[in-house]
Structure formats: structure tokens, C-alpha cells
Design a protein around this ligand. Structure first.
Ligand code: B1M
Length: 232
């Protein structure tokens, strides 16, 4: 029997369990991650804390080792798959707040980019905060955004990019909205690890959102401002 099989997750205290979940995420062990999430839920952890402390915390370690050439794409894909398993359990719980509909957002990862974990997290948190979310998935050319804006008529357009090579595409989308004279009809929020506030401003977005919690706060702020302007 291996060392791994000796570990009984439910016998670990919270700190040990979170540490073990970091390891399991690193090793791409989806079932173990799902079990860990369920144990923390049973112990009364808030879904948001599990998401940020156990899952995102673990993914940060994976990210560092990917950057340093210790982990490679196949391993990172397994880790991402394990993370998605945990997120799937948390999604309905985060959306269960019963918050009234506060607005609508269309969101997608830009063309050339297939990273979707952060975007999915933002979608989940936005839904949890009462927003209706239309998720366009990954690798979206400008046409996809335009079509969705036309049919869904959201308050917010959200874009995600994780690569320095794909983040400039956000400007392509915003410039197209400007050209078509519809830029001001939408609140444009952007996010993704390589972005920053300066970049958000430079491309003409309304705001850069550092993480999912900031995305929710920023979205609420802009939507209430929009409603106030409409009723003034
Ligand atoms: Co990729 N990858 N990857 N990768 N990957 C990064 C981004 C990288 C930083 C890794 C590294 O070198 N350290 C690096 C980019 C370097 C750069 O551009 N400067 C990189 C690279 C190079 C690549 C490839 C090119 C590798 C290769 O093939 N040689 C390739 C590109 C593929 C492509 O897109 N065309 C690639 C592939 C992959 C996988 C497929 C293996 C996998 C993606 C699986 C998936 O998403 N389904 C993957 C992963 C998992 C990562 C890392 C390790 C983790 C990303 C992640 O999920 N983080 C990542 C390293 C890192 O970021 N530290 C890396 C967790 C997530 C919760 O955080 O996405 O930042 P994040 O989202 C946050 C915020 O940014 C924000 O809120 C989220 C939640 O708090 N946010 C938004 C994000 N989007 C938002 C949108 C909003 C608002 C907020 O709209 C309103």
C-alpha cells in the first residue's frame, strides 16, 4: 500500500486537510479534491472560503511550478480538471444566496486563449451575487462578443485573458464596440493574471478586476451607478 492510500482525509484537521488538498490538486487527483471539498463543507466551511483558500491556494502553487518548468501542460491540465471537480460542487452553493437579479453579464475568454478556470470562478461568484451570466466559453473572436451583446443585451461585458499574447485582443473588442457606436451601452470589465489597472485603462475598459470578489463588487458598483443615472 502506498503512502497516498494511508491518508484518510476525514481524519486530518482543517489545516492538514487544506495542505493535503494542495498536494492532491498538484497531483491532479480529482476524486480526492471532491472529497476534500465535501469534508470542509460538512465542517461548516463557507463555500467561498473553500474556493479561495483550498482550491485557488492550491492552483497558485501549480502556477508557480508551471512557470518554473517543474510542471508541464499535461500535469497542469490534470490539476485544472481536479480544480473543476471541486468547483462543480461549490457552484450551486455559491449561487444559492437567493439574491435578487441585479444585472446581466456576458463573459468569455478572448481569442487565442483557452484558460477558463478564472473566468468560470468569476461567473460562479457573479451568479452567487445575483447576476445572470451568459458564458461564451474560451477562444472568442470579436464576432462572438458582438453577437452575444446583440442577443442578450447585458449590462456588463466581461473578458478574461491569461496570456500576455492574448490580452491585447481585449482592445480589439473594445475598439470594435467604439467603431460600431455601442461602447457606452455596456460596462466593460476585464480580468486575468497578466493584466493590471493601467492596462484596463489603456484599452478603454471601465475597470480591471483583480479577482472574482473584486469583479462582483465592481459589477455591483457600476450597475447601481447605471441604474441611478437612468432614474435621475
Ligand atoms: Co497556462 N499559462 N498556458 N495553462 N496557465 C499561465 C497563464 C502562465 C502564467 C503559466 C506560467 O508560465 N507561470 C503562462 C502565461 C505566461 C504569459 O503569458 N506571460 C501560461 C502559458 C505560457 C500557457 C501555454 C502557452 C503553455 C504552452 O502550451 N506552452 C498554454 C496556452 C494555451 C492557450 O491558451 N492558447 C497554456 C495552457 C494551459 C493549460 C491548458 C495547461 C491550463 C488551462 C486549463 C484551463 O483553464 N481549463 C493552464 C493553466 C491552468 C495555467 C495556470 C497554471 C493557472 C491558471 C488558473 O487557472 N489560475 C497559469 C499560471 C498562473 O496564472 N499563475 C498559467 C487560477 C485562476 C483562479 O486564476 O485565471 O488568474 P486566474 O483568474 C482570477 C483572476 O485573474 C480574475 O479572477 C479570477 C478568480 O479570482 N479574472 C477575472 C480572470 N478572468 C477574469 C475576468 C473578469 C474578471 C476577473 O472579467 C470581468
Amino acid at each position: 500500500m502506498s503512502d497516498e492510500e494511508d491518508i484518510v482525509l476525514s481524519e486530518l484537521n482543517d489545516d492538514e486537510l487544506v495542505e493535503q488538498m494542495f498536494d492532491d490538486l498538484y497531483d491532479g487527483l480529482k476524486e480526492e479534491i471532491e472529497e476534500g471539498v465535501n469534508i470542509l463543507l460538512e465542517r461548516g466551511w463557507a463555500p467561498y472560503d473553500i474556493l479561495t483558500k483550498a482550491l485557488v491556494g492550491g492552483m497558485t502553487i501549480v502556477g508557480a511550478d508551471f512557470r518554473d518548468g517543474i510542471l508541464f501542460v499535461p500535469e497542469v491540465l490534470l490539476a485544472a480538471n481536479a480544480m473543476k471537480g471541486g468547483m462543480a460542487i461549490l457552484k450551486p452553493l455559491l449561487a444559492e444566496t437567493g439574491a435578487p437579479r441585479v444585472g446581466k453579464m456576458v463573459i468569455g475568454t478572448v481569442k487565442g486563449d483557452i484558460h477558463d478556470i478564472g473566468k468560470n470562478l468569476v461567473s460562479m461568484m457573479m451568479e452567487g451575487a445575483g447576476f445572470e451570466v451568459v458564458d461564451l466559453g474560451i477562444n472568442n473572436p470579436v464576432e462572438n462578443y458582438l453577437e452575444a451583446l446583440e442577443t442578450e443585451k447585458p449590462d456588463i461585458l466581461g473578458m478574461s485573458a491569461l496570456l500576455t499574447t492574448t490580452m491585447p485582443y481585449m482592445k480589439v473588442v473594445i475598439d470594435t464596440l467604439v467603431e460600431q457606436g455601442v461602447r457606452d451601452e455596456y460596462i466593460v470589465l476585464v480580468g486575468g493574471a497578466p493584466l493590471n489597472e493601467e492596462f484596463g485603462k489603456a484599452i478603454g475598459a471601465d475597470a480591471y478586476c483583480r479577482d472574482a470578489a473584486v469583479a462582483v463588487e465592481t459589477a455591483k458598483h457600476f450597475v447601481s451607478r447605471k441604474h441611478n443615472q437612468l432614474t435621475a
